[in-house]
Structures are given as structure tokens and as C-alpha cells.
Design a protein. Structure first.
Length: 103
């Protein structure tokens, strides 16, 4: 039987300042920090919604967190190259921490 536990939401931790160009391109790198350490591998599942002049997009990403560690193994990068001198880009993310085990 597979056991799934939804754990407290992770915190997004910036890996550095966001970079923007005058033409509308942007990039921002971040990691996820969990509040409840697990002894085994756990996962952060993220839903990202992007509303941009080029269109609306929804995507999902998964980030492993090693047992006993407080941060995701991989960094996430929010970036786009809109090549526009005006307009808005809205990026919304929902990240949840999960443990999947066998019991």
C-alpha cells in the first residue's frame, strides 16, 4: 500500500536577485526550503501559472528533497523572454511538500 502525506508548505528562498532586461526578458532563481524534515526522500510539487502578453500557461514541476535535508536538491528558474518594452507578466506558483512511502 502506498502512503501519501501532505506536509506543511515549503518556503521559496531566492538564490539571487531577479534580472530584467529593457526588452522585457526576466530570470529569477530560487530553491525550496521545507519546514518538516523527512528521514526518506520527499517531493515538492509545484503548479505554476503564467499570464503573459504571449498567452496563458500552466505547468507542473517536481523537486526532490533528500532525507534529512531542508532544501530541494535542484534550483528552480522562473524566466521568459517576452521581448516587449511594456506590459505585465504575472507568475503565480503553488508549491506543496509531499511524502510518498510504502506501508
Amino acid at each position: 500500500m502506498v502512503i501519501t502525506r501532505v506536509l506543511p508548505d515549503p518556503v521559496v528562498v531566492s538564490s539571487g536577485p531577479a534580472a530584467c532586461t529593457k526588452d522585457g526578458a526576466y530570470a529569477w532563481s530560487a530553491r525550496f526550503r521545507v519546514g518538516q524534515l523527512q528521514s526518506d526522500l520527499s517531493w515538492i510539487i509545484q503548479k505554476v501559472e503564467i499570464n503573459a502578453p504571449s498567452g496563458n500557461h500552466t505547468l507542473y514541476e517536481a523537486f526532490p528533497v533528500s532525507g534529512g535535508e531542508a532544501e530541494s536538491l535542484n534550483e528552480d528558474s522562473y524566466q521568459a523572454n517576452e521581448k516587449r518594452s511594456s506590459g505585465n507578466v504575472v507568475v503565480k506558483g503553488l508549491a506543496q511538500h509531499f511524502y510518498f512511502g510504502v506501508g
